[in-house]
Write a protein that binds this ligand. Structure first.
Ligand code: ZN
Length: 193
């Protein structure tokens, strides 16, 4: 049975080298922000910039590795039933909701949920990079660079599977931003095999 992350919340857990992490969108159109830290030294984190550089593209799917800030492969994407995810944007946060949505009493967002879940592993807010945003559908205009956050392409039961290439600490959320999730907050399922 997979674990469930309640809407607008997050978890952290360990993943051993060689283990597979499956992230499932049980209802469809729900984003899950994924972070990975080297368990032996949490200053080593997943890096969008290095991953894009070595992949020579910004849209990643099965067969693509996710690199760390030290250019080591942390995770491989081994299965992907959706084919569209985002690795450009930072986890939604109090400031996201204040600046983009104009909320006066903002939710702590994925950023706050991740910081809370990762605190027991001695990971602090300032150590949180841009997350790999599973199922997030960010469209990019190739000429102007303009971006838009569109509804996820994921349908109920869609999944993405990662294999760990080192011993990791994982942070994972059910995203809290209305725009990313087509206007409603849903759970995320995950399991380790
Ligand atoms: Zn979020």
């Amino acid at each position: 049975m997979p674990h469930e992350i309640a809407p607008r919340s997050g978890v952290a857990f360990t993943l051993d080298r060689g283990q597979r992490l499956t992230i499932i969108d049980p209802q469809g159109e729900q984003v899950a922000d994924l972070l990975a830290f080297n368990r032996a030294d949490v200053r080593e984190v997943i890096s969008a910039g290095r991953t894009f550089d070595y992949a020579s593209k910004i849209f990643l799917t099965a067969g693509d590795p996710l690199y760390s800030n030290r250019s080591n492969i942390m995770l491989d994407i081994v299965e992907d039933s959706v084919g569209r995810h985002d690795f450009l944007l930072t986890p939604c946060s109090k400031d996201t909701f204040r600046i983009i949505y104009g909320d006066s009493d903002p939710h702590q967002g994925c950023f706050g949920n991740l910081a809370q879940a990762l605190a027991p592993y001695a990971i602090e807010e300032d150590m949180i990079p841009a997350a790999f945003n599973c199922f997030m559908n960010v469209q990019v205009d190739g000429t102007s660079g303009a971006i838009s956050v569109d509804p996820p392409l994921s349908k109920a039961g869609d999944r993405i599977v990662f294999e760990a290439r080192m011993d990791l600490i994982i942070g994972l959320t059910a995203c809290s931003a209305l725009q990313s999730n087509n206007g409603s907050f849903k759970p995320i399922h995950w399991q380790v095999d």
